[in-house]
Design a protein around this ligand. Structure first.
Ligand code: TRH
Length: 387
């Protein structure tokens, strides 16, 4: 039974023909819908597009979408094959090769001219992305041409998802003590001014146990903020007790605070206020870079270490400009965290000692990346028919 999940579910007909149909299939976790929701918001807010967002698992969206008011310009629809019987928009975005409903592709082929069919790929820092970005692919069944859109870190890619005013928003929020305290208090975050601030949002990793040991032994008090997620099960094992939102556990210099899973905007606030963020996947990985703070990336694990070249390619770019010894320590931390090797307490102590240098580097990287056109802007330009 399909139940359209529209902003106004009482309305059967759709809004006027949208500029984009964006299809999202939730594989697991929150990244697929996290990226698609953010893209839809950028297209609507920064470019005035009306976006029809088709989601096969709308419940995943409710976890990350700011609660309350509808998002102007975005119509969220439950993607079940019989629900996609509408006139395709001028731009059809297939997120992460999710395979569009055949009937929808047939409807696309019946349009004259047909919509621009864009396949939004996963983000990678690898060099080959530049050669593949924008390439066409002929779909024999429909006779249509699909074009590949690769996010990336360089001018020869589709860029990174970023709201147009994000850097200014971030800096204004950080400068507004009252807003910061109010927004963080709502999340259960009370910052101890003398304590180092870290956040943890990773997959399961044996390194979480040594992170706890390293922070407990740290010379300075540390507050570790852990939203309810897959990190929590390993942290609970390491601490020998169950953990749930609202819990605070102290070990030496460390106080570990468990937070409820929050919406994307609130999670940005947590990232912005921390001194170092441990993130994962794709969207939180990008958001940590926009936070302009040091970070550790837990890449989405793949069999036989297939994810490691992607990790190394990112570190090659991310470490550009760092002193060699600092870059070496940051790589060792990433390699340890992203492999069975696990990270030693000494690895953590070395990188925590590098924080002042890593902070200035993170600020420089964020400003350099923000100088590039953001992904939604590039996609709007990419969508223009050839002259
Ligand atoms: O959840 P993820 O592991 O998603 C992954 C990746 O996207 C990966 O590339 C993909 O292959 C796999 O799914 C299928 O990590 P990611 O990408 O960081 O997405 C998490 C989303 O959750 C992101 O939009 C941030 C958001 N978030 C919240 O909204 N609230 C929170 O409290 C937290 C911690 C995260």
């Amino acid at each position: 039974m399909s139940h359209p999940v529209t902003q106004d579910s009482s309305r059967k007909r759709s809004l006027p023909r949208p500029e984009a149909d964006l299809f999202c299939r939730v594989i697991d976790n929150f990244g697929d819908i996290g990226v698609c929701w953010r893209l839809a918001r950028c297209l609507a807010r920064d470019h005035g597009w009306h976006v029809r967002l088709w989601v096969d698992a709308p419940d995943a969206l409710t976890r990350i979408k700011p609660h309350g008011a509808a998002e102007p310009g975005i119509e969220v629809l439950h993607w079940t094959d019989d629900a996609t019987t509408c006139v395709p928009a001028g731009c059809v975005i297939e997120a992460f090769a999710c395979d569009l409903p055949p009937a929808f592709v047939t409807a696309m082929a019946a349009q004259h001219p047909p919509p621009r069919w864009i396949n939004l790929e996963y983000l990678s820092a690898e060099d080959w992305v530049e050669d593949c970005h924008g390439l066409p692919s002929h779909d024999a069944a429909s006779g249509l041409t699909k074009r590949f859109f690769f996010p990336g870190f360089t001018a020869r890619t589709g860029g990174l998802l970023r709201e147009r005013d994000l850097p200014a928003q971030r800096d204004a929020w950080l400068a507004d003590t009252a807003a910061r305290k109010r927004d963080l208090a709502r999340l259960g975050v009370t910052v101890d001014g003398g304590a180092l601030q870290l956040s943890l949002f990773s997959y399961e990793s044996p390194s979480i146990a040594t992170l706890i040991d390293a922070l407990a032994a740290h010379a300075q008090p540390v507050q570790l903020w852990v939203p309810e997620s897959r990190s929590l099960t390993v942290a609970a094992e390491a601490l020998g007790r169950a953990l749930r939102a609202g819990d605070v556990v102290r070990r030496g210099a460390l106080s570990l605070h468990v937070l409820a899973f929050m919406d994307q905007d609130d999670y940005d606030h947590l990232l912005w206020q921390c001194d170092l963020n441990i993130v994962r996947g794709e969207d939180s990985f990008v958001r940590a870079q926009w936070a302009a703070r040091p970070m550790l990336w837990h890449i989405y694990p793949q069999d036989a270490g297939a994810h490691l070249p992607k990790l190394d390619a990112f570190l090659d770019r991310h470490a550009e400009g760092l002193p060699d010894e600092v870059a070496t320590r940051l790589r060792a931390l990433h390699r340890g965290w992203n492999s069975a090797a696990a990270v030693s307490v000494e690895d953590w102590q070395a990188v925590l000692g590098d924080l002042p240098r890593l902070v200035s580097h993170a600020r420089w990287r964020a400003a350099m990346l923000a100088a590039q056109d953001d992904l939604a802007t590039q996609l709007v330009m990419f969508n223009q028919p050839p002259i």
